[in-house]
Design a protein around this ligand. Structure first.
Ligand SMILES: Nc1nc2c(c(=O)[nH]1)N[C@H]1C(S)=C(S)[C@@H](COP(=O)(O)OP(=O)(O)OC[C@H]3O[C@@H](n4cnc5c(=O)[nH]c(N)nc54)[C@H](O)[C@@H]3O)O[C@H]1N2
Ligand SMILES: Nc1nc2c(c(=O)[nH]1)N[C@H]1C(S)=C(S)[C@@H](COP(=O)(O)OP(=O)(O)OC[C@H]3O[C@@H](n4cnc5c(=O)[nH]c(N)nc54)[C@H](O)[C@@H]3O)O[C@H]1N2
Ligand code: SF4
Ligand SMILES: [Mo]
Length: 708
């Protein structure tokens, strides 16, 4: 037996780790991958990988992966050839749209498309071909508050600054756990090493999180905040910074407008006003404000924990405001705007000139943002009769039954659809309700360019990994699937053959063009010849005002859109906290809901336990390891209790992405313990501006499971 080594890029998270993949030379062998190691010469990850990289090899040969189109007949799945499958899907979708209008077909585009260039562009093509206002994606559970802040403060939803991790003296992390997630909207390569280097050169890391996470445990200071408290904390920090003249008036005057209004707003939120409600002593807030403002360089970074919290919108705005007033934006060691090498910004701006509330959801009237509606309305749009009711769904690389609030309600709604198609490796909790399944290709077979995430690099670095394997299965990549469906849905047959030929390599041709037009002009082929990637240098300051798209080319410290949130915040600060509030977490081994059928990911200790502080357990007579019942407004689940002082009192933590018990398509995952956190999250808890899901701070009760 002989084997060859190939260099590739992991596409499972933003870290874009370099891999050395040992391929078995015998094409018919199984497993086809003899081993996966880190690539020590990779310019981004320098040899680091995590357990999920091994699972990427297992995914290739997982016997439960779908390898040919399937059609559901009753409870049985029958193979179909591609032409029959694509014809059937297009015919059904077109018939439903003809009878009930284009909005009768919805599309949900899941997270993995962010990490696959052909899928990302395929998703856009399919969305355009369907022409439905009912488009959904995980941004409503993830980044919408961040994107909205970029739009409001900097005038462009893609103007997202990246923490200058390699040069900062102080990294203030709110609601993120990069030791587990490997960093989000911040491409770190080896996250732990990169963050520890801050401390090694004498800098500090401060973490704001209700849980003592892996990152918090390694930090210099951890302040366990009550879920939802970030906006109030940030206002109190600004209060101190203005009151003690710790801000940078000249720099602010050059970059932004609204400093005096912001100071006036912050005046109402003294540390003493917010301390009790957010659970951080006033003196700690004052000290943090001084330290942040006085450090030689510093940057505040807020991520998913803040976005998913009750004040996610204001929390993201105020993070930018804190960075701006302390002179950290566009400064070395602060928050820097990267220069994307393959910048999709101009195309996105062309397609989305006015990206808020161009339409609204039919039943609840929640607004569109960046072309998508909030996922929290998905089920009601399927089950509420009337014109424009959703009757069919295209689910591309997603699992909303496990990933969106009140998943069980959505699962029920899916069973009522006239037609559903899934484009997925698996029959997961969502796609098992499909009528037709179309299987995509493995990333080793399609190649990988991190089109949407390279812009978040803490350095300007680039990699393109061309395919390293010929596919042995009857699968097609998403760009090809999307092209085939778009042609069948919208164009006469005689045009199909020439357009199909024209479209084949369009994704790579587009990337090549963007690269040539970019700030570091180079060709995709030249990049492919550098398997370890190319390092194009550190992020640069001096990007303001060029990146700003506000009318006056200045950042806005107090965008009007947020003002109503302050009254809501006042009310929240004055109301008593519920006895127990639930938040989420991620473990380094998991990847949202979808890799649990693979040995490297599924194995190991039970990670889906409900974490609770010892005092809360004692008050309820509950013990570590006990089975408990957790209830929220929408549902109840059983979980094993883990009593740990890593939790703040009054806060519980449960990871999302579990709850596979009713999913025969994933037999290994099915055996894993743990409920779905989204059987507890509430589709009616959305923030009032965009309708993004509030997944954290969910009021719940907990009791022993044997109590009726
Ligand atoms: N291993 C692994 N890596 C992943 C993923 C995965 O599933 N597994 N998923 C990927 C994806 S899709 C994303 S978006 C990123 C997310 O990456 P991160 O943003 O780092 O997200 P989490 O690790 O979930 O950390 C969120 C933290 O917020 C805390 N939190 C909850 N509520 C609040 C609050 O109100 N305020 C504050 N300050 N903190 C709060 C939680 O306790 C938790 O520690 O990770 C990516 N990387
Ligand atoms: N309670 C709670 N809920 C959350 C979160 C939380 O922190 N707490 N996090 C939210 C976040 S940040 C996110 S991003 C979402 C993720 O939620 P989703 O995007 O809805 O789902 P995933 O769990 O990522 O599942 C992805 C699906 O795509 C398939 N897939 C993987 N790779 C490919 C591919 O290359 N092509 C195709 N066609 N299919 C593929 C997988 O088999 C899987 O079925 O969850 C959100 N939900
Ligand atoms: S950290 Fe793990 S999942 Fe993320 S890119 Fe690296 S190997 Fe892949
Ligand atoms: Mo995400």
């Amino acid at each position: 037996m002989s084997a060859t080594d190939a260099t590739f890029t992991c596409n499972l998270c933003e870290s874009a780790c370099g891999l050395r993949v040992r391929l078995d030379a015998d094409a018919a062998a199984a497993p086809r991958i003899a081993g996966i190691r880190g690539n020590p010469e990779d310019v981004i990850s320098r040899g680091h990988i995590c357990a999920k990289a091994h699972a990427l090899g297992e995914l290739l040969d997982d016997p439960h992966r779908i390898r040919q189109p399937l059609q559901r007949v009753g409870t049985q799945w029958q193979p179909l050839d591609w032409d029959a499958a694509l014809d059937q899907v297009a015919t059904r979708l077109r018939a439903i749209q003809r009878a009930h209008g284009r909005d009768a077909v919805a599309i949900y585009v899941g997270n993995p498309v962010v990490h696959a260039h052909r899928a990302a562009l395929g998703a856009q093509l399919l969305t355009a071909a369907l022409g439905s206002h009912n488009r959904f994606d995980p941004n409503a559970q993830d980044s919408n508050p961040r994107l909205f802040a970029a739009l409001q403060v900097y005038g462009d939803p893609l103007a997202i600054p990246v923490p200058d991790v390699d040069r900062t003296d102080l990294l203030l992390i709110l609601g993120a756990n990069p030791f587990a997630s490997n960093g989000s909207q911040m491409v770190l390569g080896d996250a732990k090493a990169r963050l520890r280097a801050i401390q090694a050169r004498g800098g500090r890391i401060i973490v704001i999180d209700p849980r003592r996470t892996e990152t918090a445990a390694a930090a210099d200071l951890h302040l366990p905040i009550r879920p939802g408290g970030d906006a109030a904390l940030l206002l109190a920090l600004l209060h101190v910074i203005f009151a003690e003249s710790l801000w940078q008036p000249e720099r602010v005057a050059a970059q932004a407008t609204g400093a005096l209004e912001l100071a006036a707003l912050a005046r109402r939120f003294a540390p003493e006003r917010v301390a009790a409600a957010i659970g951080i002593p006033a003196e700690a807030i004052r000290q943090l404000a001084r330290e942040f403002a006085q450090a030689p360089s510093a940057v505040a970074y807020a991520r998913v924990g803040v976005c998913q919290s009750p004040f996610g919108l204001a929390g993201n705005w105020l993070t930018d405001a804190l960075n701006l007033v302390t002179g950290r934006v566009d400064a070395i060691g602060g928050a820097l705007f990267p220069q994307a090498s393959a910048d999709i910004g101009p195309i996105a701006r062309l397609l989305l000139p006015q990206p808020v509330a161009r339409w609204r959801s039919r039943v609840r009237g929640l607004p569109e943002f960046l072309g998508s509606l909030p996922s929290a309305v998905l089920a009601e749009e399927m089950t509420t009769p009337g014109a424009r009711q959703i009757r069919a769904l295209v689910c591309l690389a997603g699992n909303p039954v496990l990933s969106t609030p009140n998943g069980p309600q959505l699962a029920k709604a899916l069973t009522k659809l006239e037609f559903m198609v899934g484009i997925d490796f698996y029959r997961n909790e969502t796609t098992q309700h499909a009528h037709v399944l179309l299987p995509p290709r493995h990333v080793f077979e399609t190649g990988h360019f991190p089109l949407l995430t390279h812009r978040f690099g803490v350095r300007h670095a680039l990699k393109y990994s061309p395919p390293i394997l010929q596919t042995a299965d009857d699968t097609r990549d998403e760009w090809r699937i999307a092209t085939e469906l778009a042609l069948r849905l919208r164009l006469p047959r005689w045009l199909h053959a020439p357009l199909r030929r024209l479209a084949r390599n369009l994704p790579e041709q587009l990337i090549d063009l963007l690269l040539r037009l970019g700030p570091h002009p180079l060709r995709l082929a030249a990049l492919a010849a550098q398997p370890n990637g190319v390092d194009l240098g550190a992020l640069l300051p001096g990007r303001l005002p060029a990146v700003l798209r506000t009318p006056d080319r200045r950042a806005r410290l107090v965008p009007e859109a947020y003002l109503p949130e302050l009254a809501r915040l006042d009310a929240w600060l004055d109301a008593p906290a519920p006895p127990l509030e639930l938040v989420g977490r991620r473990s380094v081994r998991d990847n949202n809901s979808w890799m649990h059928n693979l040995k490297s990911v599924g194995k190991g200790p039970d990670r889906a336990r409900l974490q609770m502080h010892p005092d809360d357990a004692q008050a309820r007579g509950l013990a570590d390891g006990q089975r408990v019942r957790v209830r929220s407004r929408v549902g109840e689940v059983d979980a094993l209790l883990e009593v740990t002082d890593a939790m703040r009192r009054g806060v519980l933590s449960l990871p999302h992405g579990f709850g596979h018990a009713d999913t025969p398509g994933l037999p290994l995952a099915q055996a894993l313990p743990g409920p779905s956190a989204n059987a507890l999250t509430d589709e009616l808890r959305v923030e009032p501006i965009l309708g993004s899901s509030i997944l954290n701070g969910v009021p719940v009760t907990v009791e022993a499971a044997d109590v009726a």
